[in-house]
Design a protein around this ligand. Structure first.
Ligand SMILES: Nc1ncnc2c1ncn2[C@@H]1O[C@H](COP(=O)(O)OP(=O)(O)O)[C@@H](O)[C@H]1O
Ligand SMILES: [Mg+2]
Length: 231
């Protein structure tokens, strides 16, 4: 039997914007609230050393036991060595990413523990930006859609360029008829002159509602996000 858990899908305006960092924070915060979250990264490129991948960080946030964390990290179906777009990293090793296969993997992991239910919520990180290609005709958009019903958390960097990147991502998402459920800005780049002003400008310019900002909003920010993502 397939168990469908409440899902949080981490989508981004790009790579290196804070998706993994925030996903791990959410997993820790959920555990602190008595939940049993599962952190997954089904598709990852740039996997050369195990234990230092996004999947490893999510697995270690999920499990305290190193063996279980390692097994979870290594269970991901698509782990490619070259640090490039997943579609190209896959092609270079003679493979192709299938969104259906990635979905099946997520469902399989969510179902572990059977009816006893080892997990009660999953946090799934996509690879790169929302429209980064996974395969011919498939981007993270299609993956996130396949993972619906889910809450989509769009992450962007609190840095110069975010006003454009967020506008472009939201315009494209709206054109396709599905908006993110929440937006967060992360200190994923060295602070620049815009850092700290971006959330206010996003609201003022009506790009979106004022996003949650990390680390500025701290524990209260996580609380706000969880209230939206796990009603
Ligand atoms: N809010 C934050 N505070 C401090 N460091 C952060 C924050 N968000 C991201 N980082 C750091 O920025 C870098 C890129 O973030 P990461 O989560 O790996 O991005 P992504 O998963 O989107 O590629 C990492 O070194 C991460 O630890
Ligand atoms: Mg990441």
């Amino acid at each position: 039997m397939t168990t469908i858990l409440p899902r949080i899908v981490m989508i981004g305006t790009g790579t290196g914007v804070g998706k993994t960092w925030l996903a791990c924070e959410l997993v820790h915060a959920l555990r602190a609230r008595g939940h049993r979250p599962l952190g997954l990264k089904p598709i990852e490129s740039g996997v050369t050393e195990p234990n230092s991948t996004d999947g490893a960080l999510l697995a270690r946030a999920t499990f305290d036991e190193p063996e279980r964390a390692q097994a979870l990290e290594r269970s991901a179906p698509y782990r490619f060595p070259d640090p490039i777009s997943p579609h190209l990293a896959a092609r270079r090793v003679g493979r192709a990413v299938s969104v259906g296969e990635a979905l099946r993997y997520v469902q399989e992991q969510e179902s572990l523990g059977g009816s006893a239910g080892a997990f009660d919520v999953s946090v799934i990180e996509t690879a790169g930006g929302l429209f980064s290609p996974l395969a011919s005709g498939a981007t993270n958009w299609e993956l996130a859609q396949a993972l619906d019903p889910a809450k989509w958390l769009l992450v962007a960097a609190d840095a110069l360029g975010v006003l454009h990147d967020l506008t472009a991502t939201l315009l494209a998402a709206r054109a396709r008829g599905r908006e993110p459920d929440a937006i967060a800005l992360c200190r994923a780049r060295p602070a620049d002159a815009s850092t700290g002003t971006n959330a206010g400008e996003i609201a003022l310019l009506r790009i979106a509602q004022q996003p949650v900002v990390f680390p500025d909003d701290g524990a209260a920010g996580l609380e706000r996000l969880l209230a939206t993502l796990l009603p």
